[in-house]
Design a binder for this molecule. Structure first.
Ligand code: HPA
Length: 235
């Protein structure tokens, strides 16, 4: 057991998929994995371990924001010997060049967050994906003929803000979309010498206020989950 995860050692697979939402984790376990077992429900942050095409996989909730994913991913890597975490989340597009349902494989996360600096002494405003998961996802997407976007995104600590428009860090570094977790996940992976990737589906277009319906969210999740799980087979 770790502080925030009650699974026993050995009940978490070496590869973990992390959506933000506990019910999304349950949906993924119920619909994409076989032989599923609930291994932790501390704070209702459900973690399920099962198999995908006979490969053990755990899926669990990261919660929202860098502090939350910072806790869960650190404990998974450090106390459960997890080797690879793939965040499977949603993002908001800053530009109408992106469309709802587009999938982004995050090459690096830019952030105003001080997480990396204060946790590990990593200076700078961005952290790259770590290990081989990013490339495994790119290769699998090519094999499946699934068009995905590869590039930087903005990992923000802020969902609601007074000032309209694209935040300076995103504008300066050509980040087409925003989410709230990749920066801390990549920081932990870098410090602990583990593998981490982030796959995002565009769920809203910020300038036009276009949003997916809940039904559409489910469908959109399917393409991203199939890509993530098929990639896991090559990691
Ligand atoms: N901001 C931050 N994170 C998000 C958004 C957003 O607009 N949409 C989905 N994740």
């Amino acid at each position: 057991m770790s502080i925030h995860i009650s699974a026993k050692k050995g009940e978490i697979a070496p590869i973990v998929l992390l959506p933000g939402d506990p019910l999304r984790a349950k949906y993924i376990a119920d619909n994409f994995l076989q032989d599923v077992k609930l291994v932790s429900s501390v704070r209702n942050a459900f973690y399920f371990t099962g198999t995908y095409k006979n490969k053990p996989v755990t899926v669990g909730a990261s919660g929202m924001g860098c502090p939350s994913i910072g806790i869960y991913s650190f404990e998974l890597y450090n106390e459960y010997d997890v080797e690879c975490i793939i965040r499977v989340g949603t993002c908001g597009a800053y530009t109408t060049d992106l469309k709802l349902f587009d999938i982004i494989n995050v090459e690096r996360a830019f952030s105003e967050s001080t997480f990396a600096l204060h946790a590990f002494g990593f200076p700078g405003d961005h952290i790259y994906h770590e290990g081989n998961a990013y490339e495994a996802i790119n290769e699998k997407a090519a094999e499946l003929r699934l068009k995905i976007i590869k590039g930087p995104i903005h990992s923000s600590d802020i969902f609601y803000r007074a000032k309209k428009g694209i935040p300076a860090i995103a504008e300066k570094n050509n980040c087409p979309a925003v989410e709230m977790e990749a920066f801390a996940l990549f920081s932990n992976a870098r410090y602990l010498k583990k593998s981490a990737a982030t796959l995002l589906t565009v769920s809203d277009i910020i300038p036009t206020h276009e949003q997916m319906s809940s039904e559409e969210r489910e469908k959109a999740l399917k393409a991203m989950m199939e890509l993530a799980l098929e990639s896991v087979l090559n990691i």
